[in-house]
Design a protein around this ligand. Structure first.
Ligand SMILES: [Fe+2]
Ligand SMILES: [Fe+2]
Length: 191
């Protein structure tokens, strides 16, 4: 993917949601064992790259009093996805237990995407300027490109991340955002 300074961070994440859902469907539909195995590896890598960019760049950048609850819930959902993925990596896709577990991964992934798109992203659009969301997008795209080029497959990293949910790191305050102490939920949202 080309890295453009005008990459909109939310558009990037939403496009990745659709691509991941498509990949999950294609994996389930694949009847050829080698094809299914290859598609599953791609699911594992793309899901890991996506979750990593959200946890390391997007969530810290959009943290504010108004988003904190949903970010904490999202991190718990990420943990659940990582645990399912780690379990699936231990199972041969031809085994009987693979498909039911994979269906749960597909359902939980779709649910998580819906939560982000319906509850988190609209709030972020209200809180941050389009320039700021573009800067976050460029930063995520750069990180994702680097991770895809890593010698270790991205999916391997989730195995070490199943103990507890990732912490919500200290917020990276943008000059575009007002200080967190004034982010009063009772105040009218900025235009
Ligand atoms: Fe997420
Ligand atoms: Fe996401």
């Amino acid at each position: 993917m080309a890295i453009s300074p005008s990459t909109d961070g939310i558009d990037l994440l939403v496009a990745q949601h659709r691509a991941l859902e498509d990949l999950l469907d294609r994996t389930l539909e694949a009847t050829d064992p080698a094809q299914r195995r290859g598609l599953f590896r791609r699911v594992g890598d793309e899901l890991s790259v996506h979750l990593g960019a959200e946890e390391q760049v997007f969530y810290p950048a959009v943290r504010a009093r108004r988003t904190e609850d949903i970010l904490l819930e999202s991190l718990e959902e990420h943990l659940s996805l990582k645990r399912l993925l780690a379990d699936l990596l231990e199972i041969d896709p031809q085994e009987r237990t693979f498909e039911p577990k994979f269906k749960v991964l597909r359902e939980q992934t779709a649910h998580h995407h819906e939560e982000e798109e319906e509850h988190l992203f609209p709030k972020v659009r209200q809180l941050l300027s389009s320039e700021e969301i573009a800067r976050i997008g460029a930063e995520m795209a750069a990180l994702q490109t680097a991770r895809r080029r890593d010698e270790d497959a991205p999916r391997e990293s989730v195995v070490g991340e199943t103990g507890q949910a990732a912490e919500l790191p200290p917020e990276v305050r943008s000059p575009a955002l007002s200080p967190i102490t004034s982010d009063d939920p009772c105040r009218p949202l900025p235009d």
